[in-house]
Design a protein. Structure first.
Lengths: 344, 307, 267
């Protein structure tokens, strides 16, 4: 494999030196919008003489529906952890064996034997993060390391809270708040979950994505949201502090995978290998402000990211975090009903 | 005699054939890219839902349809009305109705104003209506947000004028959704209204005044009936997209309460219940279609009435 | 017509309402243009004048491609839709009811009656099969899909206009031995012009606006400005977007001005 990659690289390099005006190869990436570092792509294009096209999606389900329907022309997709197993089960991913690639040695051990892709036969880490609490400490100065901030809000915060409009993240934290397990079917517990959410919702101002804009500006005083966005908010307004819900919070990781019907498999593999290089991974993180899962990439990141309290999980909270997994279909249906009822 | 009748009939037939030919391209495009695919949706609404979205092909199930109106309670397992769906349906109809009404209240005078300008300047006014819409829906929605948010233009102005002391909470309410929809869909009301007002025959208006009608009577009895087709067209163009609105409730309404568009999107998205999504959509379409047919019948009837 | 001081066209308060409407229509737009010259990183804080967002949009090839693609798509879809809608409107008005007339109305207006997400998913299923069979995955699908949902928007104003035009003028032309084409070209079309323009403009802005259908139909590398923005919705919306919107506005004002002067010379 390593030889093959080298040979391919050499061939590409030769093609590049031959001075052909158009790129020798192509690569079609289907990724979340505003998530890909243009600088990193340019570097990849120059190194392998490949023309990269990026197309955006805005939800896991849209991406899944489009690829499953066929005729899409994409080579690479970046699904979230709780979706990777679905992609595999539906037979959409190529077993690209990134674990045998040259740069795989750089992947942090923590991200090798992950539940959604044990041993990394299909996917390579792109970025990971978590859903936590952001609070404007000018408005509220109490304990912020708890989901109570948005489930049992203190009077100072009531009416000024934004909650991520994500079914899984919201239900996860609420189930954990009552000591339950994710994907539980325990109706008694779920009833408590529902009652709590119905009770708390009037105290939320919004369930919206524009946190980096409205949290620093003061429209929101507290949010339950992704850590990268809260870090960006804190950079604009130092009063913002990040909290880790001690009752439990969900991690997410988006991973790069190659599609089974990809037309440019070799280039896609080159890309996988490329992003496992610490310097390149650092470019991804510097752009989108989430951690990446590649050892040694920290040192190439902007200094303010290396010590960011939002990105470096303190050891006492590490155990509270858990990956969102794919629940069984009947459980999923139950959760959707709860969610619809909440938003009626 | 008989042959004359026959010629007339043949001419009629030729006319109808030509009319079909003339409308064929529009019908074909709509069939391929709008109606045809809907049969797939119809079929999907009768299948079993797939585990991770999509459907299980060639399986039959009525689950999608029954769960539009009924649902098993999560906790006591009794079968009851799906009141979440009904609440969302009702909110959508209510907000869309108000939107149509408000766009009519503002759009009617605007279209009238434009159509009574000098012929050379009319087109400028028409373009002035459409120019803001060269920026797309998302950008306009964000722009609206700048106006109505707590530190936005409206609140700042009102505080500065001393009308209010504290900013009004408009963002993230139903009022914000309503304002956003009125703003976004207004030209869809103004343009068809203008199209039918532009050729309004003012001799009829003059005749009305000669018969001592008041301005209000002229407006109500002469102008309004004459531009009714435009009113109907405008109302349809505003009401229906409002019903399916998706981006505006999400951005301006703060995403706390769904409208039908969001409910359908949820079923095709993370809800992973495509048959239910398809069934809700078809229900909505049928409701709209019945209302529309009723409208069209009414309009053509009132037109023949006027002779 | 005798001149008189009494203006039969006036309706009390209508002028005021119209001007109020125009004010409300342009207020958010004015805010948007103002903020496109804002130096701040944020959409809501004012930090002084700057052209940095224009520069950054100019250097962002993704945004540029998407903007150009949106315009090209809208021109194609609106043109096609207006042509076929005009034909269809001529075929469905000014006649005695004939078999299939109501059917045609319902058929042509049908795209209005379907929530976008439904058409989007349905088109995804059908078009992706065709993409697999034919191997073609170009812009044709987007143009076709956009044309379809633009047709009713172009059709309604044109039909509204035709319904109130009687056939006297055309009959007069025919009596003077004008061919059907000449009658159409020199009589019907000029009379229809305002409605055709209204229809085209409606179709154009509707196409420019579309997010959901485009999102599901697009193939690799076919992001339009709205789908690009949809992708950004979850993250941070950069003020670059304001700059692009301002450029679009300037472009449209320019176009209108040119159109106006060309028009004036003709008359």
């Amino acid at each position: 494999m390593r030889l093959k990659t080298l040979a391919a690289t050499a061939a590409m390099a030769v093609a590049g030196f031959a001075g052909s005006a158009s790129a020798a190869g192509e690569l079609n990436i289907f990724n979340w919008g505003d998530y890909t570092s243009a600088e990193m792509i340019k570097k990849f294009e120059a190194a392998y003489d490949v023309k990269v096209t990026i197309t955006d999606y805005d939800s896991n389900d849209t991406a899944l529906a489009k690829v499953r329907a066929g005729g899409h022309g994409f080579d690479i997709v970046v699904p979230s952890a709780n979706y990777v197993q679905i992609w595999v089960k539906e037979g959409l991913l190529l077993e690209a064996r990134p674990d045998q690639m040259e740069n795989f040695k750089n992947v942090d051990e923590r991200w090798v034997n992950v539940p959604w892709d044990p041993g990394r036969h299909y996917t390579v880490p792109w970025q990971w993060g978590l859903t936590g609490i952001g609070v404007n400490t000018k408005v509220y100065s109490g304990d912020i390391n708890t989901s109570a901030i948005w489930l049992d809000p203190p009077p100072e915060l009531a009416g000024k809270i934004n909650v991520a409009p994500e079914m899984n993240d919201v239900l996860f934290a609420t189930i954990k708040y009552f000591g339950g397990e994710w994907c539980t079917e325990d109706l008694e517990l779920l009833k408590k979950v529902r009652d709590k959410l119905v009770e708390a919702k009037p105290k939320w101002l919004a369930m919206d994505y524009s946190v980096t804009e409205k949290l620093p500006a003061g429209d929101y005083s507290a949010v339950y949201y992704w850590n990268g966005a809260i870090m960006r908010s804190r950079e604009k307004n130092p009063d913002i502090k990040f909290g880790y819900p001690k009752e439990g919070f969900p991690y997410f990781m988006d991973s790069v995978a190659i599609l089974k019907d990809a037309k440019n498999v070799e280039n896609a593999k080159l890309f996988m290998n490329f992003i496992m290089d610490p310097q390149n991974a650092a470019m991804i993180s510097a752009f989108a402000k989430y951690s990446n899962g590649i050892k040694g990439s920290m040192q190439y990141m902007p200094a303010e990211m290396q010590s960011a309290p939002e990105l470096v999980v303190p050891p006492e909270f590490e155990k509270a975090g858990e990956f969102l997994t794919t629940c069984e279909p009947p459980v999923q249906e139950l959760y959707t009903k709860l969610w619809t009822e909440l938003q009626k | 005699m008989a042959s004359a009748e026959e010629t007339a009939r043949a001419a009629d037939r030729k006319d109808i054939r030509e009319r079909w030919l003339l409308s064929a391209p529009a019908l074909a495009i709509i069939f391929v890219a709008a109606i045809g695919p809907l049969f797939v949706m119809l079929a999907y609404s009768f299948m079993m839902k797939g585990d991770y979205g999509d459907v299980k092909p060639w399986t039959f199930s009525l689950d999608g349809w029954t769960s539009v109106l009924f649902q098993r309670d999560i906790f006591d397992d009794t079968l009851g009305l799906a009141d979440a769906h009904l609440t969302i349906l009702w909110r959508s109809i209510r907000l869309s109705f108000y939107t149509t009404l408000l766009t009519l209240i503002f759009g009617f005078p605007t279209a009238y104003f434009i159509s009574t300008r000098a012929p050379t300047t009319r087109e400028i006014w028409v373009f002035l209506v459409t120019i803001p819409f060269w920026t797309n829906l998302l950008i306009r929605t964000f722009a609206m947000q700048q106006v109505i948010r707590n530190e936005g233009l409206v609140n700042t102005a009102l505080i500065w004028l001393g009308v209010i002391e504290r900013p009004l909470q408009i963002m993230n309410t139903d009022v914000a959704i309503l304002l956003g929809m009125v703003y976004v869909y207004l030209p869809l009301m103004v343009l068809p209204l203008y199209a039918s007002m532009e050729k309004l025959d003012f001799r009829l208006v003059e005749a009305g005044y000669d018969l001592y009608a008041s301005r209000w009577q002229v407006l109500r009895r002469i102008i309004f009936p004459l531009v009714k087709p435009g009113v109907i067209a405008g109302s349809i163009l505003v009401f229906i997209p409002s019903l399916g609105a998706y981006v505006i409730p999400r951005v301006l309404g703060g995403g706390k309460n769904m409208m039908l568009g969001n409910l359908i999107e949820l079923q095709f998205g993370s809800g992973r219940n495509w048959p239910l999504g398809a069934a809700i959509s078809i229900t909505l379409m049928v409701l709209v279609m019945i209302a529309l047919l009723f409208y069209v019948r009414n309009v053509s009837k009132s037109e023949t009435g006027h002779g | 017509m005798a001149r008189r001081t009494f203006d039969i066209r006036a309706q009390p308060g209508f002028g005021f309402m119209a001007l109020l409407t125009f004010f409300a229509l342009y207020l958010p737009i004015a805010a948007l243009v103002a903020y496109s010259f804002n130096a701040a990183e944020s959409l809501s804080r004012w930090d002084g004048l700057s052209l940095r967002w224009f520069a950054s949009a100019w250097n962002n090839s993704t945004v540029q491609d998407a903007a150009i693609r949106s315009l090209v798509l809208a021109v194609w879809a609106a043109t096609l839709a207006t042509i076929v809608a005009t034909m269809a409107a001529l075929a469905t008005t000014r006649t005695r009811p004939y078999p299939g007339l109501t059917f045609k109305y319902a058929f042509i207006n049908q795209p209005l009656m379907v929530p976008e997400i439904v058409t989007a998913v349905a088109l995804l299923i059908v078009f992706s099969r065709i993409k697999v069979w034919t191997g073609y995955s170009g812009m044709g699908y987007l143009i076709l899909a956009h044309t379809a949902f633009c047709i009713p928007f172009a059709y309604l104003p044109i039909r509204g206009r035709l319904e109130d035009m009687d056939l006297t003028m055309e009959r007069a032309a025919a009596d003077l031995y004008a061919t059907p084409w000449k009658t159409f070209r020199y009589v019907t079309l000029p009379l229809l012009r305002p409605a055709i323009i209204a229809g085209f403009m409606l179709a154009f802005v509707i196409s420019l606006d579309d997010v959901v259908i485009t999102e599901f139909v697009k193939s690799g590398g076919q992001d339009t400005l709205p789908t690009y923005m949809l992708g950004q919705l979850r993250r941070e919306t950069s003020p670059e977007i304001n700059a692009i919107a301002t450029v679009f506005l300037a472009l449209s004002v320019l176009l209108v001005t040119v159109f106006f002067f060309v028009n004036r010379r003709k008359t």
